[in-house]
Ligand binder design. Sequence first.
Ligand SMILES: [Zn+2]
Length: 240
Amino acid sequence: MNKYLQDLIKLSKYDGVISMFEPKIENEKAKLSTFVEVAESIKSKINETYAQIDDVKSKRTKNNIHLAELKSKLDDISRKNNEVTNEKELKALQLEEEIAKEQISFANEEIERLDSIAVAKEEELKELQSRLTEEEESIKEIQIAVDNAIEEINQERNVVSQQRAELLEEFDKKILTFYQKIRRWAKDSAVVPVKNQACYGCFMKINDKTYSEVIKSEEIINCPHCGRILYKEDESTEEA
Ligand SMILES: [Zn+2]
């Protein structure tokens, strides 16, 4: 096989492998980010619940103040009861007393309602905090696994980059420029095998003359349809 063609096949394979490293790393990071997102959403629910508890507590305080006011009003009414001089005044006081008592019972009911909400919210908060702890533990574990996987990918990348650099040391400059021009649009499929007499870049059938030249492998042959560099894959490597 033409030496330049051999070099091109190698270079293209290295480049193909190198392009796959970044998506692999992104894929690893994505595993972690789903867990981080869940943890963030739990945190924001925790903050919401804290705010709701504060709100309930401040409403409860207001009701307590109102209750105290109503009780002192009742005291007032009972004091005035002793000073009543006629039926009309008595009736007015009785009405006032009735209203105040009704308001007291409303305020008490409201406090009871708010207390039960507060209990439920505290329970919710505990639940959320334990879920967050669980999630944060998972994140720690996954973080380690992801870091290890990325470390491994980077090591592989260093090996391949080193091999590529070594190959380039003795690479023909013109052939390299030629390859890079095709690679600019063909990306990782600048050098492609011919299978079933078809170019594996554009998947079009190539004519018998070009095909026989590809089989001979004496020269660098471009696909007549798309311009990619063609080679006849070895049966043994094709299997692999
Ligand atoms: Zn083609």
